[in-house]
Design a protein around this ligand. Structure first.
Ligand SMILES: N[C@@H](CCC(=O)N[C@@H](CS)C(=O)NCC(=O)O)C(=O)O
Length: 209
């Protein structure tokens, strides 16, 4: 049987979360590192919307949303129990991921590229990066509060919530590492550093030739 093929981009947080789940599942997939400026025709044929990650299965089925790829992998094999966390924690996980992919991602993009934001009415220039960063701080403080209560976002163990959200928090921290290091969010930093140093994360971030 043919091996599934994952179109991916090393630094894309959506692709990172998909690779993390596939790695944790132990399922073998072939990886195709995509040049986002010149996407492979076979990927666009499989998924015309043109975002990574895209997973093409041996039977021709295509999964082209990162969360769906995570769930596909973990439904087949979930040796660390990333989905085996109980109904209440799963519901919390869903709502944390929804907030991450919605409001937090929006603020992250604005924080990274403040010049792309339209100036507010009556102002000649867009708000500074710090404006968006400070708006996102409420969400990060909430994550930190959760992580002060237990080692991971919805409980003691790593779950789908941690894997789905950590690539975005990592990107946020990398915009201004000195600022992030000076925040009071010790539990959040410990969590981020712990996952980034973990074997799954290190493996999925390896540079491929
Ligand atoms: N909802 C999608 C979003 C994926 C996404 O936006 N990926 C970005 C890269 S991080 C992308 O491929 N953008 C298209 C481009 O840059 O041309 C998912 O969860 O898989």
């Amino acid at each position: 049987m043919q091996t599934p093929l994952l179109y991916t981009f090393r630094r894309c947080p959506y692709a990172i979360r998909a690779r993390l789940a596939v790695h944790a599942s132990g399922i073998a997939v072939d990886m195709h590192e995509v040049d986002l400026k010149s996407k492979p025709p076979a990927m666009l044929e499989a998924s015309p919307k043109g975002t990574v990650p895209v997973l093409r299965l041996a039977d021709g089925r295509v999964i082209d949303q990162s969360l769906d790829i995570m769930c596909w992998a973990l439904a087949i094999s979930d040796p660390e129990g990333w989905l085996d966390i109980g109904a209440e924690a799963l519901a919390q996980s869903d709502s944390l991921i929804e907030r991450n992919d919605g409001r937090f991602k929006e603020l992250l993009d604005r924080y990274k590229y403040p010049q792309r934001v339209a100036p507010p009415d009556g102002s000649p220039s867009p708000p500074p990066a710090s404006h968006h960063r400070d708006e996102a701080a409420g969400i990060l403080a909430d994550l930190d509060a959760r992580l002060s209560r237990h080692e991971h976002l919805v409980g003691a163990r790593m779950s789908i919530a941690d894997a789905a959200i950590v690539p975005f928090v990592r990107q946020f921290a990398m915009v201004d590492p000195a600022w992030f290091a000076a925040t009071p969010w010790q539990a959040l930093r410990r969590w981020l550093e712990g996952i980034v140093a973990s074997p799954h994360f290190v493996a999925v971030m390896q540079k491929r030739s």
